[in-house]
Design a protein around this ligand. Structure first.
Ligand code: DHB
Ligand code: FE
Length: 284
């Protein structure tokens, strides 16, 4: 059977992608950011997934205001990096896993979550920056990826509780797939940041770190936090963090298993306008 072995969490700051693509990772501003991912690159070489279920948000790239799916699962065979205004990032195309994605869609919809099924989609920095942070600059990504896009851009956005519950449904869906696959689930976006309005530039180190503590040890409590707390404490774009609750909800302890092992934890400010947070949790 397929199983979720680990969850990875990371911010997706677009300027990180630009720093990689323009060869600036060694510059004094960026060096401390990338240092936080050295362990992770080593870890993922030793803990190679067969498939990544990658929870991210589209930033009005594949989905405009014309159509706003709350939860969208990518069932295509491949996903091309999008042009977000400066040409597509020079990264490999993403190879999907249509069989597992279709199985998860079937199972999760039967568990009463209304997913949008996406057979054609380009992917933006929300997906490609986490891939670059974990895998560096390979000629091809080392494994298939199932993109799972969450609307955290245009209200109404899903609650933390609904995301956490959805993670539990995804865990069940993966566990009922009849092939021996090592699946990682990634939760991306965050941490505190606000990109517009009078509070643009807001960062809240203390809140971010307390939220990370709670995500690790008591995710059910973290799931209860209303949107307004994210927006007030972590800024308008800090609400991207609800996506981390999908990955956390898919971990074994939430279904009665052992607590995950914290393989890695990293937090750094500044990176563009965003506080960078990163966690790796392993199922035991
Ligand atoms: C920035 C962060 C984001 O999450 C995003 O989607 C766009 C920009 C930033 O920090 O600049
Ligand atoms: Fe974003």
């Amino acid at each position: 059977m397929a199983r979720i072995t680990a969850s990875v969490y990371t911010s997706h700051v677009p300027a990180i992608g630009a720093a990689i693509d323009l060869g600036k990772t060694g510059e004094p501003y960026w060096q401390p950011v990338f240092k936080g991912y050295e362990f992770s690159k080593q870890w993922i070489r030793q803990n190679r997934p067969d498939v990544i279920f990658l929870v991210y948000n589209d930033h009005a790239t594949a989905f405009s205001l014309d159509m706003i799916p709350t939860f969208a699962i990518g069932t295509a065979a491949e996903f091309i990096p999008a042009d977000e205004g400066f040409g597509p990032r020079p990264v490999p195309k993403v190879i999907g896993h249509p069989e597992l994605a279709s199985h998860i869609a079937h199972s999760v919809i039967q568990q009463d979550f209304d997913l949008t099924i996406v057979n054609k989609m380009e992917v933006d920095h929300g997906l490609t920056v986490p891939m670059s942070l974990m895998f560096g600059e390979p000629v091809a990504w080392p494994c298939p990826v199932i993109p799972f896009a969450v609307n955290v851009v245009q209200y109404p956005v899903p609650s933390g509780q609904r995301c956490f519950n959805l993670g539990q449904a995804i865990r069940k869906a993966v566990a009922s797939y009849d092939e021996d696959l090592n699946v990682q689930i990634w939760g991306t976006g965050g941490m505190s940041h606000q990109l517009q309005g009078p509070r643009a530039g807001l960062i809240n180190r203390e809140w971010d770190n307390a939220w990370l503590d709670q995500l690790i040890t008591d995710p059910a409590a973290a799931a209860k936090l209303p949107h307004i707390d994210y927006v007030r404490e972590a800024g308008s774009e800090g609400v991207e963090l609800v996506m981390w609750l999908i990955a956390r909800g898919a971990m074994a302890d939430v279904a009665g298993g052992k607590p995950p092992r914290v393989a890695h934890r990293f937090y750094h400010v500044p990176a563009s306008n965003t506080a960078v947070g990163h966690l790796i949790l392993e199922n035991q």
